[in-house]
Structure formats: C-alpha cells, structure tokens
Write a protein that binds this ligand. Structure first.
Ligand SMILES: Nc1ncnc2c1ncn2[C@@H]1O[C@H](COP(=O)(O)OP(=O)(O)OP(=O)(O)O)[C@@H](O)[C@H]1O
Ligand SMILES: [Mg+2]
Length: 592
C-alpha cells in the first residue's frame, strides 16, 4: 500500500499495553467494582439452573412427585428473572463506566495532538489521525471494560465450575479436561500470531479514512479536473486494502473458532460415552449426568469466549499502539528547557544569528540567515517562490526549530522561552487564510477571546472588512462555513488580518496579506496596516514590491539565503535581483 509507513506505529508489548491502559480505569474504581460484582452475580444465578434441573429429573420426575414440580418450576423462573435483572443493571453500569473512560482517553489524545510540533503533522494524514481518536480509542476502551470483566468472570467461573464438577464426578471431570489441552494450545497459538494481522487491518482503516478526508476536502478540484473516475479507482485500492486485511483476519478466525468449539463438543461426547454406562450401572443418577453436562457447558463456554476476548485484545493492542504513538510523541513544549518567559513589555527587537534550517533534514531550506530588526521596524521579505520566505517567518513563533544558529527577541533566545509566552507576543496572518466553521464574530474574537465588541469592531474596521461584513445577510453573525468556504479569498484574508490585529501583539507577521485583493482594497489594507505596524516590529512577505517600498529594510531571499538587503533605494542602486524584479513589475503595472 502506498505510503504505508505513515500509518504504521511502534509495536508495544502486551505488558506495556496493560500497564498503560489500566491507568484509565483508576478514577472509576467504584464503577469497576460494581460492574464486576454484578457480573459475578449474574453468573452465580446461572449455576442454579443445572442444580434445579437435576433435582427435577431425579427427585420430582424420577420419584413421581408431581406436586413438587410447580414450586421447582417457579423457583427456576424466579432465578432466571433475577439473573437477567442483574444483567440489565450490569449493562447500565458497564456502559456508563465505559463511556467515561473513552471520554477521558479521547480528550487526552486530542489534547496531546494539539501540542505536537507542526512537523508531526507534515508527516501524518488528518484522516488517519481522526481514525486514531475515534475508532482506535473505542477499540482500546472495549477491551478495558468488557475485556477485564470477561477475564475476571471467566477465571472465577472456570475455577468454581471445576470444583463443582470434581465434587459431582471426578472421573468424568478428568475426561473433560482432555479437550482443555487442545483449547489452551489453540488459544496460545492464536494470541501469538494475531497481533500482526490486526495491526495491518488498523493501518488499512487509517489509510482509507485519510484518503476519504482528502477526497472530501478536494472535492472542487476533483470535479474541475473531471477526475471522479480516477478517484473511484484510488478509493477502490484503499477499500480493497481494508477488505483484504479484514478477510485475512476473518479467514484465520473462521478456521480457529469452529475448531475450538469442536474441541469443546469432544468433551461432551466423552462424558456421554463414559457417563452413560455409569447411569446404567447405577453409580450415577440420570439427573446427575444431565446436571453434569449442563455444568460442563458452563465450564467450556467461558473458555470458548476467551477466544473472542483474545480477538478483542489483539485488535485493541494494535489500536493502542496507534493511540500511544500520539500520547508518546514528544510535546513541542518539552524540547529542552523552555522554562523562561519573555520579559514584558516586549519591545520587539528581533535578531537571527546564523540560522540554518531544513525540513526533515533533507537539503538546506534556509542557509546562514542573519538579520536584525529594531523595535517597530518593518522588515520586508521578497524573492522568488520557494526561496524560503514563509519558512523563515515560521521559525519565529517556533513552528519549526532552527537546525543551527539562534533567534533572539529582545536579546532572549527564543529556544529557551515557553511557547505560550513566545506565541502570545506574535500575530500571524498566514499565507493561506484559515477560518474556523462558525460566525464571523467568533473568528475575529479567536484573536483575543475576551475582547469587547468595540475592540472587535475597531480591529475589523482597521482590517477594512467591517463594510463587507455588515453587508452580509446576518452581519457579524453570518456563518463562514467549513474553512471559510462561504467567503472569497480576499474576504477571508481580511478577517484573518482583523483577528491578528485584535491579538495586539508587539510582533506582526504578514505572509502575503495583500496577495489576494484587488488594487483598491490593497491600498486600503495597506493604509490600515501601516497605521497598525507603527510601534510593532513587522515582517511582511510580499510579491508586489509596491506594497513594501517604504520598509525599513528589504531582504531579498534567493534559494534559502539573503541575497541582497537594504532599503528600496539602496537595492535599486545595486542593480541586482531586486532591481530586475522591480523593473518587471513596473512594466506590468503600467500595462494593467
Ligand atoms: N512542510 C514542508 N515540508 C517540507 N518541505 C517544505 C515544507 N514547506 C515548504 N517546504 C519547502 O521549502 C522550500 C521553501 O518554502 P517556502 O514556503 O518557505 O517558500 P516561500 O518563499 O514562502 O515561497 P512562496 O513565495 O511561494 O510562498 C520550498 O522548496 C518548499 O518546497
Ligand atoms: Mg510562502
């Protein structure tokens, strides 16, 4: 399967799996105990049935005492009723308990996911990560709750029933143990080989979900390129992967499960074969033999169910590997000693000192970047596409960490500063404006949740989006749709500027903030921005050089290096890359 390594995870031992998952049960000791007690009670009631049956056959029917039949039947009925009542109660307790555990685990996984470094997500697929939060967590919880309950009840009932059987007839009990050896060997084999099969299946589910998610997000591209057929085919491959791995699991199960049941039946046959003559010879009563067989069913049944438990356990182990992959991944905050806070008030002086960086260690995306932005300065970054402008500004809020060199804000090394304090001082308007599904107001307030209505309106006016927002049918309460699909790119861009402005941070990063707006709007935004950039250190990335002419310094990036630097006038005088770009754009502007 394509890119399967992205879906795989580090296998962990069963011991580690148990140790770590049991932690989630700790807060619910009472529920766990109640659940277990009810499970035992339910089973206890079942044991009454063979006993009463034996009594009815030997002492009622056998002795012709029909008058005792009704009371015996009534007490049997009462036992069944109590049995199912306690079972109903068990289901209720079990479900509450289970949903609490699943809720805790899901929250943990999502909380951890949000604190992983950006680079983690570059290597993963959203759909696969979603599978982990939804399906895999549920699978782990199932084994925790049902599994633990089943293990406990199985062992208890096996021991109890074994003692009852021994007391009833030791010879027949020994015979009944023969199939047990087969059952145990089979279960052991299945356990040792199953993990691999289930992991493949889990990975296939992740791969299919990842594909599905991307397909839904790219639905417009699929249609525009008329690639439905092509997509059907690619989806078919993923679905086929899941079908194949599931069939692989089931094929083994289909051979294994009936074989185990057959081994159980073997015991039954042996007991009838040797028990029959005992009844005829009078060493055992007929009711005794029937009761023995009923108890024998209660003996094999939980062992047979252990296979099901085993299947559950194996599937959960595979799922838990994937869940713990996330829980174990290093939190971005945890990387060496980020315990300082940025000293307030932040003046906004930014220095890059010989900074190099590479994505995944392949090649060099940024080479030896040195720059110095004084407080309140506007630093413009220009240069061809792919030259590393966005990468450079992404290092400042520590979305990625520099491979070498250091970055300082107000002479404090940002690698030593807590991410919370660092990021709260930087406003970012990224290249692709992203809005959350909600109202316009909610999206702007995302910049500062406790801002007043007036502050929000001021930011919105400054970003020049107030007018178009009020012309929307529901104004600030209009919903923007998933990722903001209901708005134009320029509108989204301006809302994300308002959001960044509301944050009111001393350092501002604008990655092509004016790229997707017309010239008139661009000028309006430009005005608003220059007003707002006052007293803030700002990094502005722009392709249109006209927007950054007044910058205090312009850095011309070329293949990950700063090729030229200076003011507009300096650079024009230099006659290098900047001059050429500038001349080309002047020509374009004139012919526009
Ligand atoms: N997440 C990533 N993983 C790996 N490589 C990346 C990643 N993001 C960018 N790159 C690569 O790093 C280089 C610099 O990209 P960057 O986005 O910084 O360019 P840019 O100057 O902002 O370009 P543009 O003007 O088109 O926005 C490119 O070669 C790009 O392919
Ligand atoms: Mg870019």
């Amino acid at each position: 399967m394509e890119a399967s390594s992205e879906f795989s995870s580090r296998p962990r031992s069963t011991g580690e799996f148990l140790r770590r998952t049991v932690v989630y049960l700790k807060p619910y000791k009472a529920a766990a105990a109640g659940n277990m007690a009810l499970a035992f009670l339910t089973i206890g009631f079942y044991y009454v049935f063979p006993y009463v049956t034996q009594y009815i056959i030997d002492d009622v029917i056998g002795c012709g005492r029909l008058e005792s039949l009704l009371p015996a039947i009534v007490s049997l009925l009462g036992t069944f009723l109590l049995c199912e009542l306690s079972n109903a109660l068990r289901i209720i307790v079990n479900t509450h308990f289970g949903q609490n555990v699943i809720y805790d685990m899901r929250r943990d996984v999502y909380a951890r996911m949000q604190r992983l470094p950006v680079s983690f997500f570059d290597r993963r697929f959203s759909g696969d990560l979603m599978t982990r939060v939804i399906d895999d967590v549920a699978s782990v919880h199932r084994v925790l709750i049902d599994g633990v309950e089943r293990i406990a009840t199985t062992f208890l009932s096996v021991v109890v029933v074994f003692v009852i059987l021994l007391l009833k007839n030791a010879t027949l009990t020994m015979l009944a143990l023969i199939p047990l050896a087969i059952l145990t060997t089979g279960t052991l084999w299945y356990t040792l080989t199953a993990h691999r099969r289930y992991r493949k299946q889990r990975e296939a589910i992740g791969a299919m979900n990842a594909y599905l998610m991307e397909g839904l997000q790219g639905i417009r591209q699929i249609k525009a390129f008329g690639r439905q057929g092509h997509e059907d085919e690619r989806f078919r491959e993923r679905a086929e992967g899941l079908r194949r791995t599931t069939l692989g699991v089931m094929k083994v199960w289909a051979a294994y499960s009936p074989a185990m049941t057959f081994a159980g039946s073997l015991g039954m046959v042996l007991v009838l074969w040797f028990g029959g003559p005992m009844v005829v010879k009078g060493t055992m009563t007929l009711g005794g033999l029937v009761g023995f067989i009923f108890y024998l069913t209660l003996f094999y049944q939980p062992i047979g169910r252990l296979d099901g438990l085993n299947q559950m356990l194996q599937s959960a182990r595979a799922a838990s590997d994937r869940v713990f992959d996330i829980l174990d991944a290093a939190d971005e905050q945890s990387t060496d000693g980020r315990d300082a806070e940025l000293k307030t008030p932040v003046r906004g002086e930014v220095r890059f000192d010989g900074v190099s960086f590479a994505y995944n260690g392949n090649g060099r995306t940024l080479k030896d970047i040195t720059l110095h932005a004084r407080p309140g300065e506007m630093v413009a970054l220009v240069g061809p596409t792919g030259s590393g402008k966005s990468t450079l500004v992404n290092l400042l809020p520590a979305f990625y960490e520099a491979a070498s060199g250091r970055i300082f804000i107000d002479s404090q090394d940002i690698a030593k500063v807590s991410l919370g304090s660092l990021r709260s001082r930087i406003s970012v308007v990224s290249q692709e404006a992203f809005l959350f599904n909600g109202t316009v107001r909610e999206n702007i307030l995302y910049g500062r949740l406790d801002a007043t209505e007036d502050e929000m309106l001021t930011a919105s006016r400054a970003a020049n989006c107030h007018e178009f927002i009020t012309s929307l049918p529901e104004g600030y309460d209009s919903r923007v749709g998933e990722r903001g699909v209901k708005l134009s790119v320029g509108e989204k861009q301006r809302i994300s500027i308002a959001r960044a402005l509301l944050k009111d941070a001393p350092i501002l990063i604008l990655d092509e903030a004016t790229a997707s707006v017309d010239t008139v709007t661009e000028r309006l935004i430009q005005e608003a921005l220059s007003r707002l950039m006052k007293n803030r250190t700002s990094f502005v990335i722009a392709h249109r050089l006209s927007t950054i002419r007044d910058a205090d310094q312009i850095l011309v990036m070329h293949r990950g290096e700063i090729a030229e630097r200076g003011t507009h006038d300096d650079l024009i005088g230099l006659g290098g890359i900047y001059t050429r770009l500038s001349l080309l754009q002047d020509v374009n502007d004139r012919t526009e």
